[in-house]
Design a protein around this ligand. Structure first.
Ligand SMILES: [Zn+2]
Length: 360
């Protein structure tokens, strides 16, 4: 299982708020964790985090995980001091009713709540739609009594996230907002830490870790980083849909279970030889994989690495996640450990120049 040090770091990483465009606090924690393993890192102009092991080897492997999470931006403050937010990434407005929210204020965090009307005061018809259809129907109450008081605390454009932190559930399962995709960023950093600190053998390839920004706004940091790194192999680490709690979703996304092990992307985007290498590493480690089939699969940074410059051979390794893009995302830490082990075995076992051109 994950070491105490790794678990402490993970809790710290998800506790910090990193909505798209405001990832710095999380990025700094990732850099610190890498530094503790003797791995230097740097930020590019977008805020993407870069680190390299065995730089200059003939094959470049880019291990990419996006570091941002969905959230909100303050758009408007009304005359009574209530805030109106717009989504920053894919938010389901209905989930915010009665939630707490933290806004990045002018001088530190500002707390607020998405208020709800008392049931006593609603007619039967009104009760049917307590949840807002749109964030414009969900004012945030920060306790201010006037526009001036609110404006003194919060600037327009300030980022916010729901205030729903780390909760341990039964067994090895945890719930938290923002596990998409801080959990992927954590795995990427932990893989690099283990390869740096506990190498089984010298690496034959260069491993480029990229913690990318603004994925939730359209793969922005992943595209620029893929162009910059120009990898031969791209491994995208992101959350994937678990369908065990919502069986109807199996018809669209297959049978994927929490605790069932890493999800491996299957479909035209993904390089078949690379997939076979990952399957071999999984067999060697005794880890079961869960296939999930996607056709165009343009919703993650595997797509970015596949389509920048000449295009890398790509694979998508996903962490099974329930309730994606909600305040109560759930993962199983047993899956997290398995993915770390899988990727360490895969990267550690790569030859200097793997031939990934499909057989014709
Ligand atoms: Zn997402």
């Amino acid at each position: 299982m994950l070491s105490k040090k790794a678990l402490t770091f993970l809790r710290e990483l998800v506790a910090c708020r990193a909505p798209s465009g405001f990832e710095q606090d999380g990025q700094r924690l990732l850099a610190r964790y890498l530094r503790s393993a003797g791995v230097a890192s740097a930020f590019d102009v977008h805020g993407n985090l870069h680190a390299v092991l065995n730089e200059g080897a003939p094959t470049k492997v880019m291990l990419e995980a996006h570091c941002d999470e969905i959230g909100f931006l303050v758009q408007y403050i009304d005359e009574n001091g209530f805030l109106y937010l717009i989504p920053n990434g894919g938010v389901t407005a209905q989930t915010v009713a009665g939630e707490r929210v933290v806004i990045q204020g002018r001088e530190g965090p500002v707390n607020g709540v998405f208020g709800v009307r008392p049931p006593h005061l609603m007619g039967a018809k009104e009760r049917e739609r307590v949840a807002p259809a749109d964030l414009s129907e969900a004012p945030v109450d920060i306790g201010a009594s006037s526009k001036a008081e609110a404006e003194a605390l919060v600037a327009l454009g300030a980022p916010a996230v729901v205030d729903a932190g780390w909760r341990e559930l039964a067994g090895t399962r945890v719930s938290c907002r923002g596990l998409d995709n801080r959990i992927g960023a954590f795995i990427a950093a932990e893989v690099v830490r283990r390869l740096a600190e506990e190498p089984l053998a010298p690496l034959n390839v260069a491993l480029h870790l990229v913690g990318s920004v603004q994925e939730e706004l359209g793969l922005i940091g992943g595209q620029t980083a893929a162009y910059q790194v120009n990898p031969d192999i791209g491994i995208c680490l992101d959350v994937g849909f678990a369908t065990d709690a919502t069986p109807a979703d199996r018809r669209k996304m297959g049978d994927v279970r929490l605790g069932g092990g890493p999800i491996l992307g299957v479909g035209p985007l993904y390089n078949p030889k690379l997939r076979a290498l990952l399957e071999g590493a999984a067999r060697q480690e005794g880890i079961a994989l869960q296939p999930q089939v996607r056709a165009r699969a343009s919703g993650n940074n595997a797509f970015s690495m596949r389509t920048q410059r000449g295009g890398a051979a790509v694979a998508l390794v996903s962490i099974p996640l329930r309730y994606m893009h909600s305040p109560v995302e759930v993962v199983d830490l047993a899956d997290v450990e398995k993915i770390v082990r899988l990727l360490c075995a895969f990267v550690g076992g790569l030859p200097a120049k793997p031939d990934l051109t499909p057989e014709l």
